[in-house]
Structure formats: structure tokens, C-alpha cells
Design a protein around this ligand. Structure first.
Ligand code: NAP
Length: 284
């Protein structure tokens, strides 16, 4: 463990709640491994206190921080600059203090894509099917667009929310014109086209580990060489990934995305190569 001194610089994560966050473990392991005079702390911040918290962070010279639920959208008007990718996603998960003010970005998109690069695929021929249309689904859609997927299908349970989700991409800097929306009733037909099937719903997350967003008989229609990707990282694997593996598909869980988005954030703050293996080991 590093020694906190008068010179120690501050990084952290804000959220409400924030107690469950794995980020302090991961970032403090990286800081120790790099031998840096920094510390990364959790800051529970209620929505009503967000503006005061950010002003306080500026006053005490916090170098940068991560943002988790429920502040990923609310932080945007409080920043001086927002990266193109964060604008496209409509959410900021990483902020850096600069002379000109706070700069925000979104590292979930690269975090989502990076584990996929381990597989040699022609992404331009890939049909992506994304389950859920919440915050994480936005980063996944942006990731699929960056990969150049042939089509991006989003499955949700509320037609109005789905329409709003699709509409929100119409003025996006990513110019997504191959996004299709579907209700869950359409999944049994849609799933057989999927080359990449991504679960962005919380269904199957600990403690409800016996649940899956996809019925076993529907999963039986998944192609044998498809990639099934679950953003959930507890448990490992989820029931969704177990079903997909039984089908012969490749399974990717959410841990690597968590590690990679954190590594990209650390590089954004410190401009140093992050020790990804150390970060992975810290939360495995
Ligand atoms: P969110 O904004 O609340 O979105 C959740 C989505 O799942 C919504 O579209 C919701 O539908 C849908 N959903 C919830 N319960 C459902 C159910 N029983 N059946 C069908 N759909 C359901 O949450 P989020 O921030 O996107 O996070 C989603 C998951 O991703 C969480 O498990 C989170 O831990 C994980 N995540 C992982 C990483 C990582 O780095 N690995 C990063 C971000 C998130 P409605 O819109 O109809 O409510």
C-alpha cells in the first residue's frame, strides 16, 4: 500500500451509491505498481450535491475522477469540454481537471470494443443484437458503430423508450444509419441472425444468478460461431453465457470491459501506459 503524504494527488469515483465500486481496488493497484504519488478514493455524492462536489473538487485540485450511476448525464452541463464519443453516447464516465476546466469523456466504448479485438472477425459482415436499451446499451451501440458492424439491432421491452433511443442517435457525430429497434417478442426470429449477441440488461446479475434474459429454447437458435458478450461481471460466467457456451458460441464476460475502461481512464488522467494485468488481477 502506498504512503499518503502532503504531496499525494487525488483521483476518485463519484456515484450514489458508490460503495460497490471495484474502481478503487483496480486504480490503487495500478498506482502502486507505477510507483506514483496518487490515491484513488470513492466519493458518495447525492444528485442534489453534484454541482457543489465538482466545485469542491476543483478547489482542492482533484486531478480526475470516474463517474457512475446516477451522474453520467447530469455531469455534462458542468463540464467545459465533452469528447465527441461522450457526446455521441450522451454520457460521461471519466473527467479530467485542466487549466481550462473539466474535460469529460466516455471510456466504456473503447472498453467494450477492446476484448473483441482478440477475435479475428470481419466486423463489416457482423450482425449485432443488443439486449436492453439503457445507459450501457448506448456505449455498446457506439462500439458496434465504431467496429463498423453491418447492422445493429436493439431489443427492448417498451416501444416508446425504444423509439426515443433510436431518435437520440439521429444527430449523433457517429452517423449511425443501420440501427434497428425490436420488442422482445421478435428475439426468437432475430437471434438466429446474430453474430454478436450482447446482454446489457442486469438480468442474471448476482444474487439472481439463475436468471437469463434469453430463454434456453431461444438461445438454442444462436449460431455456433457467434460471440455472446455479457456486460455483467458477477457472476462469471452468467447463466446467459453458460447457455451460449452450450450452444458452441464464444463467451465474453463484463470483467475485461471493466478493466479496459479503467485502463483507458488512467491513461487519460496520467498520460502513462496503464498496467492492465495488475488492474485485472486486482479485481479478479
Ligand atoms: P440501465 O441504464 O438501468 O439499463 C438497463 C436496461 O435493461 C434497460 O433498457 C432496461 O429496460 C433493461 N432491463 C432491466 N431489467 C430487465 C428485464 N427484467 N427484462 C428485460 N429488460 C430489462 O443500466 P445500465 O447502466 O445500462 O447497466 C446495465 C448492466 O450493464 C448492469 O448489469 C451493469 O452492471 C452492466 N455494466 C457493465 C459494465 C462493464 O464495464 N462491464 C459497464 C456498464 C454497465 P427498460 O428501459 O425497459 O427499463
Amino acid at each position: 500500500m502506498q504512503l499518503i503524504k502532503g504531496t499525494t494527488k487525488l483521483l476518485g469515483v463519484i456515484g450514489h451509491p458508490v460503495e460497490h465500486s471495484q474502481s478503487p481496488k483496480m486504480h490503487n493497484a495500478a498506482i502502486a505498481s507505477l510507483g506514483l504519488d496518487y490515491i484513488y478514493l470513492p466519493f458518495p455524492v447525492q444528485p442534489k450535491d453534484l454541482e457543489d462536489a465538482i466545485a469542491g473538487f476543483r478547489a482542492i485540485g482533484v486531478v480526475g475522477f470516474s463517474i457512475t450511476i446516477p451522474h453520467k448525464q447530469a455531469i455534462i452541463p458542468l463540464l467545459s469540454e465533452v469528447s465527441d464519443i461522450a457526446q455521441a453516447v450522451g454520457a460521461v464516465n471519466t473527467v479530467k481537471n485542466t487549466a481550462g476546466g473539466w474535460i469529460g469523456t466516455n471510456t466504456d466504448v473503447e472498453g467494450f470494443i477492446t476484448p473483441l479485438f482478440a477475435y479475428n472477425r470481419d466486423w463489416s459482415q457482423t450482425e449485432a443484437v443488443i439486449l436492453g436499451n439503457g445507459g450501457a446499451a448506448r456505449a455498446v451501440v457506439a462500439g458496434c458503430a465504431k467496429l463498423g458492424c453491418a447492422s445493429i439491432h436493439v431489443v427492448g421491452r417498451n416501444r416508446e423508450n425504444l423509439n426515443g433511443f433510436q431518435q437520440s442517435w439521429s444527430n449523433s457525430p457517429l452517423a449511425i444509419n443501420n440501427l434497428h429497434i425490436h420488442l422482445w417478442e421478435e428475439l426468437p426470429n432475430l437471434i438466429s441472425q446474430a453474430d454478436l449477441l450482447v446482454n446489457t440488461t442486469p438480468v442474471g446479475m448476482s444474487p439472481k444468478v439463475d436468471q437469463s434474459p434469453v430463454d434456453t429454447d431461444v438461445m438454442a437458435r444462436l449460431k455456433k460461431d457467434a460471440i455472446a458478450y455479457d456486460l455483467i461481471y458477477t457472476p462469471r460466467p452468467t447463466k446467459f453465457l453458460q447457455q451460449a457456451k452450450t450452444q458452441g458460441a464464444i463467451a465474453i464476460d463484463g470483467l475485461e470491459m471493466l478493466v479496459q475502461q479503467g485502463a483507458i481512464a488512467l491513461k487519460f488522467w496520467l498520460d502513462k501506459e496503464p498496467p492492465v494485468d495488475v488492474m485485472r488481477q486486482a479485481i479478479q
